[in-house]
Design a protein around this ligand. Sequence first.
Ligand code: DAH
Length: 343
Amino acid sequence: MDLFDRIKEILKEINDFEVVDSTSLEQFRIKFVGSKNTIKDIFGEIKNVENARKKEFGQEVNALKGAAEEKFSKYQAKMEDQVDTSKYADLDLTAPAGDLQLGSRHPISIVMNRMIDIFAKIGFVVEEEREIEDDWHNFTAMNTPEDHPARDMQDTFYLQNSTVDLLRTHTSSVQSRVMTKTKPPIKIIAPGRVYRNETISARSHCQFHQVEGLYIDKKVNFADMKQTLLYFAREMYGVGTEIRLRPSYFPFTEPSAEMDVWLGTDTESNARLTKGTGWLEVLGCGMVDPKVLDNCGIDSNEYTGYAFGIGIERSAMQMYNITDIRLLFENDVRFLRQFSSLI
Ligand code: DAH
């Protein structure tokens, strides 16, 4: 038979092929669209077509291919739209809907987000950094060189086979990361998880969270820091909240202080959390030690700054009356579900 007649015949076959269900659609696919289809066979015959008609032949075969593909996609879409309704025969559309299980935010996230919002209002930008740190950014740059006794305060986990890679012991490592890559003014907060080699108990854990703050510019002073922290305490713990700064020691700040907020001892939980003093220790802070600025390539004759590190767990425990820190890391849904009304 003439090849051109054969093309016409196949086109007729395509048009007449009755697709009624998925089985016949599959038969159609195998015959006209699949990898070994009839149209391909006929295309292979092009070598037997006289040169003058090769172009015409090619166009007709392509049209044939197009017709087959078009019919296949049309029926395929149709089949997808067709749903077997028999299995829904017993469905009662008037029945009340089942419970919608909503997740809830973790109390740590709730408190952390609140802190971020408070500082964002006065221009602090969020910086996030790695949890696996190196010795330099976590300790040395922060003025805690090897053999410095202050390293004892923060024993950590080292990565296997390494004496330099460790899990960061504080978010202060973000300070050195940011200061080495950015020029002042720097005004950041860095929320995140930190690790220490601590015995796990109701009060302490080997993982916890901090929000670090750092402000570096020309002429930043201690009064700026105190005012910022007072603003924070009042936004976080209530309008009339009182704070006190106690002298302290951190290798990376000079002078250094710890900030307490006044909770009183009226309730049993406040008395417990403040160990009977009424004061809750909330954060460590101070003026960034000039050595830290120099270590990170910032001229300490030109710039000054303050920094602070807030512990999150203690605030979360105070706010939600949580008596055991371990509850925050066990991910027991019966515990977590209780926070579903909070955002
Ligand atoms: N990194 C300290 C800690 O984990 C907390 C801290 C104290 C951070 C003073 C600071 C600071 O930025 O200025 O105990």
